[in-house]
Design a protein around this ligand. Structure first.
Ligand SMILES: C[S@@+](CC[C@H](N)C(=O)[O-])C[C@H]1O[C@@H](n2cnc3c(N)ncnc32)[C@H](O)[C@@H]1O
Length: 330
C-alpha cells in the first residue's frame, strides 16, 4: 500500500527544519501513549503542532491504509454508491479525506470534527498544499464529539481509530449520532486488537438492532460467530518512507497495520458467500482457507486437483470476499 506522494510531500514540507532526532523523540512519546492501552482523553491530546506532525509521520500512513481498504470493501458490495458528502468524526489531520478522495470521485463536501487545534491546523495545511479540495469544500469543526453535533445527512460517515479514545459510557451515544448522520454508508475502524474488535462487535449489535445492513466485513447479519478468545481483524502492508524508518529506528521497509472495521449501510449490499478472515496458507498441493460464511466459521482445504477452484483460491487474500462454494471441497 503506497501512501500518496502528494501527501508525503506535504508532510515533509511541514517538517522542514525539525531535526529527525527531535521527531524521533516526539514519535516515541506518542507511540508510548498508544501502546499504554486504552488511551484516555488526556493521554492522546497533541501537546504541540510538532506532536501532530509526529502523528502524521508515524501513524497517518497506516490509518490511511486501513481507511482505504475499508472503503474498498464497502464499495465491492455497494458498487453503485455515489458519495458526495462526507463527515469524518475524530478526524485527526484529515486522513479519511485523503483516502476517500481517489475512491469517491464525486466527493465535493467534507466536514471534519476534531477537538485538537494542532491536528486541525496540520490538516488544513496538508489539504491546502495538495489543492485536492477548495477551502469552501472542507469544513473543520473544532469540537468534542461527546457533546454531539448538528445532525444533517451525510452520504458517508467515517470514525477511524476514535471510538477507543472515548470513555466507555460515551460510546453508544456517539455511535447513535454517527448513524443518525448517515444517509448511505457508515464506516467505523478500530485497532486490530481484542479490545478494538470488542468495540466493533458492540457497534455491530447496536446498529443491527436499529435496522442497519452490514456490507463489510461480515458476509451476513447473524450473530457474530467469532469466539470470545479470538478477534476478527485485517491487515494492510504499509511501505515505510526513509524518514519513517529513521524516525522509528526501523530496518524493515514496511509495517503491517492490523485493524478491525465495520461498514454499515442504509441499503443491502450484494450477496456474497463469505470472507477470508486469515492469511490463506498456500502449500504445494493445497490451500487452507479460514472463512466467515453465512453458515458460520469454516476452515476448508482447496486441493490442486480441483483445478478451477484452486486457481481461484490462489488469488484470495486475507480480507477477500468469496463467491462460489469453496466450502464444498472440505
Ligand atoms: C488516533 S487519532 C485518529 C485520527 C484519524 N481519524 C485517523 O484515522 O488518522 C484520534 C483522533 O480523534 C480525536 N479525538 C479523540 N477524542 C475526541 C473527542 N472527544 N472529540 C473530538 N475529537 C476527538 C483525537 O484528537 C485524534 O485526533
Amino acid at each position: 500500500m503506497e501512501f500518496p506522494s502528494q501527501l508525503h510531500a506535504a508532510i515533509e514540507e511541514q517538517l522542514s527544519g525539525l531535526p529527525v532526532k527531535k521527531l524521533a523523540v516526539l514519535t516515541e512519546k506518542i507511540s508510548g501513549r498508544y501502546r499504554s492501552g486504552e488511551p484516555s482523553r488526556e493521554k492522546v491530546c497533541m501537546d504541540s503542532y510538532q506532536d501532530a506532525l509526529a502523528y502524521a509521520v508515524f501513524r497517518m500512513p497506516a490509518t490511511y491504509a486501513a481507511i482505504y481498504f475499508s472503503i474498498e470493501q464497502a464499495m465491492e458490495r455497494l458498487p453503485d454508491l455515489e458519495i458526495k458528502t462526507l463527515l469524518d468524526a475524530g478526524a485527526g489531520p484529515g486522513t479519511a479525506m485523503w483516502a476517500a478522495s481517489p475512491l469517491w470521485p464525486a466527493l465535493d463536501h467534507i466536514t471534519l470534527i476534531e477537538r485538537d487545534q494542532n491536528m486541525i491546523e496540520l490538516g488544513r495545511k496538508l489539504c491546502a498544499r495538495s489543492g485536492m479540495f477548495s477551502k469552501e469544500q472542507v469544513n473543520w469543526i473544532k469540537a468534542d464529539i461527546r457533546d454531539g453535533w448538528e445532525i444533517k445527512p451525510y452520504d458517508a460517515v467515517i470514525a477511524a481509530y476514535v471510538l477507543n479514545e472515548l470513555p466507555q459510557e460515551s460510546r453508544a451515544a456517539f455511535v447513535e449520532r454517527l448513524w443518525e448522520s448517515t444517509a448511505q454508508l457508515l464506516i467505523i475502524i478500530e485497532p486490530g486488537t481484542p479490545a478494538g474488535f470488542l468495540n466493533i462487535k458492540q457497534v455491530r449489535e447496536q446498529l443491527l438492532d436499529q435496522g442497519a445492513s452490514i456490507v463489510a466485513p461480515c458476509p451476513h447479519e447473524k450473530p457474530c460467530p467469532i469466539q470470545d478468545n479470538d478477534w476478527c481483524h485485517f491487515s494492510r502492508r504499509v511501505a515505510r518512507s526513509g524518514l519513517h524508518r529513521q524516525v522509528k529506528g526501523a530496518e524493515l521497509s514496511y509495517e503491517d497495520e492490523k485493524f478491525s472495521f465495520l461498514c454499515l449501510s442504509r441499503t443491502k449490499g450484494m450477496d456474497v458467500d463469505g470472507r477470508v478472515i486469515r492469511h490463506p496458507q498456500i502449500r504445494k498441493g493445497h490451500i487452507y482457507l479460514n472463512l466467515c460464511t453465512p453458515d458460520g466459521l469454516v476452515n476448508t482445504v482447496v486441493r490442486r486437483r480441483d483445478k478451477e477452484m484452486f486457481r481461484k483460491a490462489r488469488e484470495l487474500k486475507w480480507g477477500s470476499i468469496i463467491n462460489g462454494n469453496f466450502v464444498r471441497n472440505k
